[in-house]
Write a protein that binds this ligand. Sequence first.
Ligand code: GLC
Length: 536
Amino acid sequence: MSGRSSGGGPWWRDAVIYQIYPLSFRDSDGDGFGDLNGVISKLDYLVEVLGIDAVWLSPFFKSPMEDWGYDITDHTEVDPLFGTLEDAERLIDEAHRRGIKVIIDYVINHTSDQHPWFLDSRSSRSSAKRDWYVWRDGRDGGPPNNWVSVFGGPAWTYDEPTEQWYRHTFLAGQPDVNWRNADLEEAMLDVVRFWMDRGVDGLRVDAAHQMMKDPLERDNPPAPHDYYRPWRNMGEFDAFIHLYDMADPAVHDAHRHLQSVVDSYGRDALTVGEIHIFDLPEWASYYGERLDQLSMPFNFHLMASEWDVPTLRATIESVLWNVPAGAWTNWTMGNHDEHRMASRLPAGHERLAATLLLTLRGTPVLYYGDEVGMVQGHVAKSRDTWGIQVEGFSRDGSRTPMPWEPGPGAGFTAPGTEPWLPIGPDAETRNVETELVDEGSLLNMYRRLLALRRGSKALRRGSFLSDPASTDEVFVYRRESDDETKTVVLNFSDEPRTVSLSPGRIVFDTHDPGRDASIVGPVEAAPLSGVIVSHR
Ligand code: GLC
């Protein structure tokens, strides 16, 4: 297919992407940390058992692991915790042999403070790399302005030897690189070339809207009380309106340059940017007016939405209206920075959420382990920098080891080895091996749904239309392609509900794997269940 899919356009429009947090997927060498060979050993599961098309791997590059790999000291070396560069090359090959595309994490906003670039930059004011980072004089004996780090505290750290402050959007150990410096830009684009040369199929661009800030570095205004909707507590970061410390218009030029490097490889590689912007027109501007910037900004709107039919429907419709003509979006319900979807959602809503995620118009991005229903883990001693600084928020709970089987080690690591984070609380019952043999399990529901999506052009590419049969409790929508229509019925109520649909055949039921019947007229959906009907 060489990058082209049956529906035309780039391959990723047809794909389902699966995020792997490599530290937590599979430990092949018994040190308690997941690694690249562990990922390779599970590729058959991903393609043959589950049925996904692409993996996004969180960073596996050389790093002191202050932010578990999002602090890089060498972009072109693999950290020994994960293996070697040869392992990474083999992973790309082995994935490709099975038809799986590989997307890597591209940490664009910062490096580790141990990166040779930063060590050089820090060494003196006259260093040739001084301007590769952001160094400023202080103001009135304090930091240059009032910007705070995402993880709390000032976004600036004073450096005694050269008597200046350096900027860091995240930890002090993650200094911001300066994309306004042409040499730095070129060096960072060389990183892209290095991995594109090794065959990767895309980049998930970390903190993509944060890489460019106000050139005048103005103070952020304070945020009024209750300014932010409480979908997660970001501590001190929430005390400000982030007018000046992110999303400067210059970000669009930087993304255009990045995209032109990626496009020069001519294989429709994907760039998906981590863009936490909820104003839809602004969010959509990340595609670029000529669609020459990111392939797509990450779409976190489903995750941030209130969980009821009217709000979800409005959210989905507004997102789709705002995606520019000719562009394409994605949907996600979780990642390594968020609470596990199974724990975030009201009890019993997991199957509804999975069905929604896999039947919307746009590329679904799944988070490892959600397919077996992993719940948020309880981690007594946080290893998450954010968790240490913001009370009541730790990302560790959503990064616990993938449960492959019951018993000690959960098939993640050798029995008797202590995994880097504790095995999650439900791993004895919610794991791949146990669920595979239970026809009605969540995992088998995901498999049925993924197979249905793969085989249906309407579900992959069709238009999205809310159906007039929708109510405040039952979400009904259609996906239509030239010669096929699927109707999705999601019953959010605790009671059975009946909706009238045009004649068709039931091809999927969240709870009843054997349900397969022709219908003419009313179709019943059990409480908190979903049904898909195929017409034509
Ligand atoms: C992104 C990542 C997060 C990381 C941060 C700093 O938000 O998703 O895990 O801590 O960037 O790189």
